[in-house]
Design a protein around this ligand. Structure first.
Ligand code: SAH
Length: 250
């Protein structure tokens, strides 16, 4: 008896709400034999959909690497070699700080057919909840998405170049310091949006000079998206003294 070769579909789950999953992603999930899921983004979507398909949870809590990346790669290959159609459900978009490229390469190296369904990245969709567009005529012409673990010194531009920080809560103090020292300055607006689309969604707005104290006082926690730049003044959550600047700039 020969077993048929399975396949792997990497699916972006979006930021954690089933109605922000793509239709293509939903179809892949409905056809899956097994789902290998992250915690952030993917878990709430699966809970909402209530499918009967078996789910293997490989979710990582910050600081707790539940299942090492190499093990996840090997698991995808093993399941596909058993003839299964595996959906690897990842938070946001698989290719934005998601290690999707590594999972794709591992499957390809093992000769497993693999494809990717993009997802709505938190980098764009979580600021949207707080009414923050990443570019806006007169306020910002570009944006960069960076990880809080990376060197921020290399992010160019000023306040008209929006910086979006993912995984940035733990390193907020350092990031704010580095960005304030550059062209943006200490009074550059900053928004921290926690648990976007979740039960504990909350928006905190200040400046590079004040945000660290505000975040400590409000006990800001992961997951959160941090937005730095003049576009933050467009948010209805922005305090009056910041929104007044928007009128000046436009
Ligand atoms: N691939 C994902 C990002 C993975 S990195 C994507 O495209 O969205 C994990 C980081 O994403 C978290 O530390 C946080 O900064 C951000 N994040 C993901 N979902 C979020 C949500 N619902 N609310 C706030 N931040 C979120």
């Amino acid at each position: 008896m020969t077993t048929r070769l399975g396949r792997v579909t990497l699916v972006g789950a979006g930021p954690g709400s089933a109605d922000l999953l793509t239709v293509r992603g939903l179809r892949a999930l409905e056809r899956a034999d097994v789902i290998v899921a992250d915690r952030l983004g993917a878990r709430p979507v699966l809970d909402e959909l209530g499918l009967d398909t078996p789910v293997i949870d490989v979710g990582k809590l910050p600081g707790h690497h539940a299942v090492p990346q190499e093990r996840i790669n090997a698991l995808l290959v093993e399941l596909a070699l058993e003839g299964k159609h595996v959906v690897r459900l990842k938070g946001g978009d698989p290719y934005v700080f998601g290690r999707g490229g590594e999972e794709l390469a591992a499957c390809r190296d093992a000769g497993i057919p693999v494809d990717v369904v993009p997802g709505v990245t938190s980098a764009v969709s979580v600021p949207a909840i707080a009414g923050i567009p990443l570019t806006h005529r007169g306020l910002a012409t570009a944006f960069s998405v960076v990880s809080g673990h990376d060197q921020l010194g290399e992010v160019g531009g000023g306040r008209d170049h929006t910086v979006v920080l993912l995984m940035g809560v733990g390193t907020l103090g350092h990031s704010a310091h580095v960005l304030a020292r550059g062209a943006r300055g200490a009074d550059c607006p900053v928004a921290v949006i926690e648990d976007g689309y979740g039960e504990h969604q909350r928006v905190t707005i200040g400046t590079l000079g004040t945000i660290v104290a505000q975040a400590a006082q409000r006990r800001v926690r992961n997951p959160a998206v941090i937005v730095v730049g003049d576009v933050v003044t467009l948010s209805p959550y922005a305090p009056e003294e910041l929104s007044a600047r928007k009128a000046e700039a436009l």
